[in-house]
Design a protein around this ligand. Structure first.
Ligand SMILES: [Zn+2]
Length: 420
């Protein structure tokens, strides 16, 4: 298996943008690089701060104004022709504990590259352009997620912070003091000072669709919203030896029937709907006891609100259908529903035009995973580009994306902003 630095050494670099992206990804990768050449930069850690500082230096080299908010989010501003609104692009620099060097960093460094190219050409964008680094996107610090971008958009309640504990048992207040902030400054994190005319995020795909179609870049058509439905099947526990097959009320047999046919339910809703059972509790849980109760959680997602509603209903109906005419009962409980974030059709059309100007096929892809763009998308227009991930591997030291593909994404997004 080739390690990250070997793969980087073999990359072909055809222009200044490729060279700069290559050098900068390598530079950031040194911060928190693990033994197997993975990345370890937890949100609100020393490593995340160091990575932010490296990028701040590069921002300042081209004259960008840099500021930080109470959630540790970093904003580098490049002056545009009009300061009444702002364009924004970026992502995050934190990683999961044994992650790769592209998830997050790719979005920050490509956004910075767009500004660098403008700076070299003496070009002014229509509005001020901010490159943003959101803190703790992965949420591995507090088992949360999108921490910095949600704080920026005022989406975090104080009660949520009270529940936070990091892997070492530290409270939120202890952790946030490490970056020179406190609870109050975090909760009143600056927020958008003016209207965000567009937020853009380039991110690695973390799936194989682009690779399978042999395409470097794709347009994200929407970000799926996760829903969780807790489903409890109840039958009767009994002796596994002495209860005849005809007299059993085995909750796990019904639950299995439910799970094995769940994929068809999701496929019946839309092409982008997905449903997963990743967690299940069987009670009483003895090898010689018939399962009396099974509790499982269905994680179901789709990229638009209507089909997400249909999916939620279909999952519950499916559970009821499975137990129909049996001695097993079922209870369903929708515990979480995050609304999907759509991408405006006009924004997609504009992006398609940029793809065509660069001789790229404008393929559409749904985002199954959450990204910082989701937080901004609750109030402002967003666009996202996915860049091909080798074998779809992510959150893993083997994660890799070719510099050539990232360079294409830079060119397309730069064109998009220039024509907005
Ligand atoms: Zn990410």
């Amino acid at each position: 298996m080739k390690l990250f630095t070997d793969k980087m050494a073999a990359e072909k670099l055809e222009d200044r943008t490729s060279e700069r992206l290559h050098a900068r990804i390598l530079e950031i990768s040194k911060i928190g690089r693990t033994e197997n050449e993975g990345a370890k930069r937890m949100g609100y850690s020393e490593e995340e701060s160091q990575a932010k500082h490296k990028v701040i230096e590069w921002m300042q080299e081209i004259g960008m104004q840099v500021r930080k908010d109470g959630a540790g989010n970093v904003f580098g501003t490049y002056k545009g022709a009009d300061s009444s609104k702002v364009f924004m692009a970026g992502s995050h620099l934190d990683t999961v504990p044994d992650g790769g060097h592209f998830d997050g960093a790719a979005g920050v460094l490509t956004a910075l590259e767009i500004v660098t190219l403008w700076h070299e050409a003496g070009y002014k964008p229509k509005y001020d352009f901010e490159v943003v680094i959101f803190s703790d996107e992965e949420g591995s610090r507090f088992s949360s997620g999108l921490t910095g971008s949600r704080a920026f958009m005022g989406m975090i309640e104080e009660t949520e912070l009270d529940k936070y504990r990091d892997p070492d048992g530290q409270t939120f207040d202890e952790v946030i003091s490490n970056i020179g902030s406190d609870r109050q400054q975090f909760l009143t994190a600056e927020g958008p000072s003016k209207q965000i005319a567009m937020y853009a995020e380039i991110h690695i795909e973390q799936a194989k669709q682009l690779e399978q179609k042999d395409l470097p870049v794709g347009i994200v058509s929407g970000i799926a919203g996760a829903t969780r439905t807790k489903i409890t099947f109840r039958g009767a526990a009994g002796h596994a030896g002495s209860t005849p097959m005809t007299e059993r009320k085995d909750a796990l047999v019904k639950a299995s029937e439910f799970i094995s046919t769940l994929p068809e339910v999701a496929k019946g809703i839309s092409e982008t709907a997905v449903a997963t059972v990743g967690k299940m509790n069987v009670s009483p849980g003895g090898v010689n006891v018939i399962p009396g109760e099974v509790e499982l959680v269905v994680d179901a997602r789709d990229i638009n609100e209507d089909s997400q509603s249909q999916l939620i209903k279909a999952v519950a109906d499916h559970a009821n259908d499975v137990v129909n005419n049996s001695d097993i009962t079922v209870e369903t409980d929708l515990t979480t529903r995050i609304l999907p974030i759509p991408v405006d059709t006009e924004v997609i059309r504009n992006m398609e035009a940029s793809f065509k100007r660069h001789d790229l096929l404008p393929i559409h892809l749904p985002s199954g995973a959450g990204h910082d763009a989701m937080s901004i998308g609750t109030q402002f227009p967003i666009t996202m580009l996915f860049v091909r991930s080798i074998q779809g591997i992510s959150h893993n030291p083997e994660e890799f994306t070719h510099i050539e593909d990232l360079t294409k994404a830079v060119k397309v997004l730069k064109d998009f902003f220039e024509n907005l």
